[in-house]
Design a protein around this ligand. Structure first.
Ligand code: GLN
Length: 250
């Protein structure tokens, strides 16, 4: 399982969110503290962020472990952003390697990450993904379960679903067809939407007003709040709502 995080708030250097905290996402690539599945997250990583006045985010993704990347410290020091989504990857067996398999996945203004697995993938997902046009299936970034989950989310977003409905609908479809672990994380630079379905997630609002949503706390401060399992989280600059997700119908 991977670890992921999103930040939304006053502009910060990427390093404040991704590499500097004592148990940062960078550190979580070799020493996660709350990870329930897998041990290290060394199969790639990615950071996505928004520049002021540009709705389309930039990404930096690499195929190797974050700790071995020579460019990440410089990039994290000089780039500042009001919204960041980052992930470190522990590849699921049978999925493709490489940069294109590392989150965040992106389209237009969106950045997306999936922390989890789809058991029996890809066969088990056929029914859940049946609504996807072939063109959208062919456009997936890589041959991984997470890229397919992103295609399902994007299909809904492109048809006008609000982000919360896009994530909740995708989780409901997948839970009904194949189950699995479905912690999803999505941003458009103005809000953060996330689900818990089988793994950990926390949120924190810092004194400056920024909100962080992360698989695990990146420091020992006591102001992190655990999100209950099977919950939809929707956070804006000043607000945060938690809604229980529907259990799959038998
Ligand atoms: N299924 C994801 C992948 O293979 C794994 C993400 C995770 O949570 N480990 O990339």
């Amino acid at each position: 399982m991977c670890r992921h995080l999103a930040y939304l708030g006053p502009a910060v250097a990427l390093r404040e969110v991704v590499t500097d905290p004592p148990h940062s996402l960078l550190r979580q690539s070799w020493a996660p503290r709350r990870q329930r599945h897998g041990t290290v997250n060394a199969d790639g990583f990615g950071v996505g962020w928004y520049a002021d006045g540009d709705p389309v985010p930039a990404r930096y993704r690499r195929t190797g472990p974050a700790w071995a990347d020579a460019a990440l410290p410089d990039l994290a020091r000089v780039v500042r952003s009001r919204c960041v989504l980052a992930a470190v990857r522990s590849a699921t067996d049978g999925t493709a390697p490489g940069e294109s398999a590392a989150a965040p996945f992106a389209a237009g203004p969106w950045l997306f990450s999936h922390n989890g697995t789809l058991p029996g993938w890809p066969e088990s997902v056929a029914a859940a993904a049946a609504a996807l046009p072939v063109a959208e299936l062919l456009a997936v970034d890589s041959r991984t379960d997470s890229a397919l989950v992103w295609a399902m989310v994007l299909h809904r977003l492109r048809r006008g679903a609000p982000p919360g409905d896009a994530l909740a609908g995708t989780v409901a479809d997948l839970a009904a067809h194949c189950g699995g672990r479905l912690n999803l994380l999505l941003t458009d630079g103005a809000s953060i939407t996330a689900t818990t379905w089988g793994d950990t997630l926390y949120h924190r609002r810092d004194p400056g007003g920024g909100i962080t949503v992360a698989s695990e706390p990146h420091d020992d401060a006591d102001d992190w709040t655990a999100v209950p399992d099977r919950t939809l989280l929707v956070a804006g600059p000043d607000d945060l709502q938690l809604t229980p997700l529907k259990e799959p119908q038998p």
